[in-house]
Design a binder for this molecule. Structure first.
Ligand code: ZN
Length: 484
């Protein structure tokens, strides 16, 4: 049954519905890639499919466009598989159950995969429609964008010649993305020594902070539960409590703002410090709560007695405290090109206290590549000064804003003409495949666009129907106007 029958543009929604019948979660892209391949074959289009299941397809220039610059269109094949808790949907086997709700499409109890199935549908519709006017096209279908831009990373673009790239992985009609952040992970390691101690032991838990995405939400001033633990330790000492630190840990992913943290500290047995510590912690925390009333209204602290564990020696403790207090955190610079955009930031995501070392994992982002490395070096200097070590991993490039973009001007003008509205030019403080492609094809002029979507990556994901049509007509008009 075709639930999207009758919706326009018909080819786009037909392909979108066919895609929805084929399981295509991240890491499970063999079948969707074969489907795209079958469409290309049936239409006698030239393409390559690599081992990762990425596909590049070529379509010749329409008559009159032989001398126009080559244009790349690009989107990702994989979707995020999420379902409601009561859903029995099997993502490895079952087709999505699409439904139309007013001007929107959704899928019953699951993600819809509009992100980024709509790009796949757009590209297949364009590739298979011989009536369109456009320059030579290179259509790139990547895999596993949602789990770390894996397809784009291994993509071989050496046979591509595009001067322009229109990426189709944005979710807001009329907003054109013109930059994204690059990122890198940095792990700091501080050697520590531990010793046994006869004492009272306390477990302090900070919990229910708001959390969020370490890039998109970093400018919202939310509490980082790990750094808050460091501040609490520091202030506790200032408040006159003498303690020894045994454990400081928390966080699960370095790209999420940590929502909770856990400390274990020891105070001298049956001392005044033992009597006062819980009250002092709560008093200090009440003060912090006032600072975070808007961003983290639910944050909590609990103090309970716990079993004895080895504590850090005093030198180790001072170094850990120094590191926790001196770590740069959050927004480091705002963009000079795009008002309101965070340009450089870092998120302390994971901390662990091991037998002989204390480790901290950071996610560093910048829309300006050089700034990212500046921050990496600063953190390394800090931890090395304390006798520790720093290492990096997962480095990926950003897509820097291009003040001279011809494509952006053409798209903004076309949008204004077609809708009467000004296009919004934005950039995001998170990674996109455009960053990787811009590094592989130096000088390529990129804009990212897409129709309205809501709640992507959740079972309430929706795709706008009329928005899909307007954005498709706009995309065709832009292609028609690219003559040089
Ligand atoms: Zn996406």
């Amino acid at each position: 049954m075709n639930r999207l029958a009758g919706l326009e543009p018909a080819q786009v929604f037909t392909y979108f519905e066919e895609i929805s019948r084929i399981p295509h979660g991240s890491g499970d892209t063999e079948r969707i890639s074969s489907y795209v391949e079958s469409v290309l074959k049936a239409n006698h289009l030239r393409y390559v499919r690599d081992e990762a299941n990425n596909i590049i397809a070529w379509k010749d220039a329409a008559a009159g466009y032989e001398n126009a610059p080559v244009v790349m269109l690009q989107g990702h094949l994989d979707m995020v598989n999420e379902k409601t808790t009561q859903s029995t949907h099997d993502f490895s086997r079952d087709p999505l159950e699409l439904f139309v709700d007013g001007d929107e499409i959704g899928a019953k109890d699951t993600t819809l995969g509009g992100d980024d199935g709509i790009a796949v549908a757009y590209m297949l519709a364009i590739l298979t429609d011989p009536s369109l006017a456009h320059p030579a096209l290179e259509c790139v279908f990547t895999v596993d964008e949602e789990i770390g831009l894996l397809g784009a990373n291994v993509l071989d673009l050496s046979s591509c010649q595009a001067k322009y790239l229109i990426n189709l992985d944005s979710e807001d009609e009329g907003i054109f993305l013109c930059g994204c952040a690059g990122g890198i992970r940095e792990d700091l390691m501080l050697p520590i020594r531990k010793e046994e101690m006869e004492a009272d032991f306390w477990k302090i838990t900070i919990d229910n902070c708001h959390g969020g995405h370490s890039g998109m939400d970093i400018g919202k001033g939310r509490c980082n539960a790990l750094l808050m633990a460091g501040r609490l330790l520091f202030d506790l000492e200032e408040s006159g409590i003498s303690y020894r630190l045994a454990v400081c840990e928390g966080g699960q992913k370095d790209n999420a703002i940590p929502r909770s943290s856990m400390l274990i500290v020891a105070t001298e047995k049956d001392s005044e410090d033992s009597t006062l510590i819980a009250d002092n912690v709560r008093y200090l925390f009440d003060g912090y709560k006032k600072e975070y009333l808007v961003s983290d209204p639910d944050m909590t602290v609990t103090v309970e007695e716990t079993d004895a564990v080895p504590v850090m020696d005093l030198v180790s403790q001072i170094k850990v405290l120094f590191l926790l207090r001196m770590l740069p955190a959050g927004v480091q610079a705002m963009s000079q090109n795009i008002p309101g955009l965070v340009e450089t930031s870092l998120n302390t995501g994971i901390m662990k206290t091991n037998e002989d070392c204390f480790t901290v994992s950071q996610s560093i982002r910048s829309n300006v590549n050089a700034r990212k490395y500046e921050l990496v070096n600063k953190l390394a200097f800090l931890v090395e000064y304390l006798g520790g070590e720093a290492g990096t991993r997962g480095d990926y490039p950003g897509w820097e804003f291009n003040p001279d973009s011809t494509l952006r001007v053409l798209m903004a003008e076309t949008w204004k003409e077609m809708t009467g509205k000004d296009a919004a030019i934005e950039a995001i403080h998170a990674g996109l495949e455009c960053g990787i492609i811009s590094e592989k094809m130096p000088g390529i002029d990129i804009v990212s666009m897409g129709p309205d979507m809501k709640d992507i990556h959740t079972p309430t994901e929706r795709l706008g129907i009329s928005s899909t049509r307007r954005c498709y007509e706009f995309l065709l008009e832009v292609l028609k106007r690219i003559q040089n």
